[in-house]
Design a binder for this molecule. Structure first.
Ligand SMILES: [Zn+2]
Length: 102
């Protein structure tokens, strides 16, 4: 068990996050983090939670901290997610309506 940033083993428990996961703080660099024992694929439950958090416009870094996934994994997940989303917003835009308002 060590700090993901400086790899120090001088860690102190620092309460729990929203998911009731144990938070740790590194005494060397001050970084706060949750341990991430699940090195394997992220569970569907976690992905559903991430989907909800994304709707709340929380920063990716914030979501990664709360859920306990790496920011790089989350960035990849979001990129793939938006690549699959049809661009409905652009289709709905009506240029005539915009012109009338001018
Ligand atoms: Zn550290």
């Amino acid at each position: 068990m060590h700090c993901p940033d400086c790899h120090s083993t001088k860690l102190v428990k620092n309460g729990f996050n929203a998911l009731k996961k144990q938070l740790y703080r590194c005494k060397e660099c001050g970084r706060q983090f949750v341990l991430n024992p699940a090195k394997g694929p992220i569970s569907d439950d976690k992905k559903r939670l991430i989907d909800r958090l994304l709707l709340e416009r929380i920063s990716l870094a914030g979501i990664a901290r709360v859920v306990g996934v790496s920011e790089s994994w989350l960035q990849t997940y979001v990129n793939e997610k938006y690549a699959q989303t049809p661009r409905e917003a652009q289709v709905k835009k009506d240029p005539r309506t915009a012109q009338d308002r001018v």
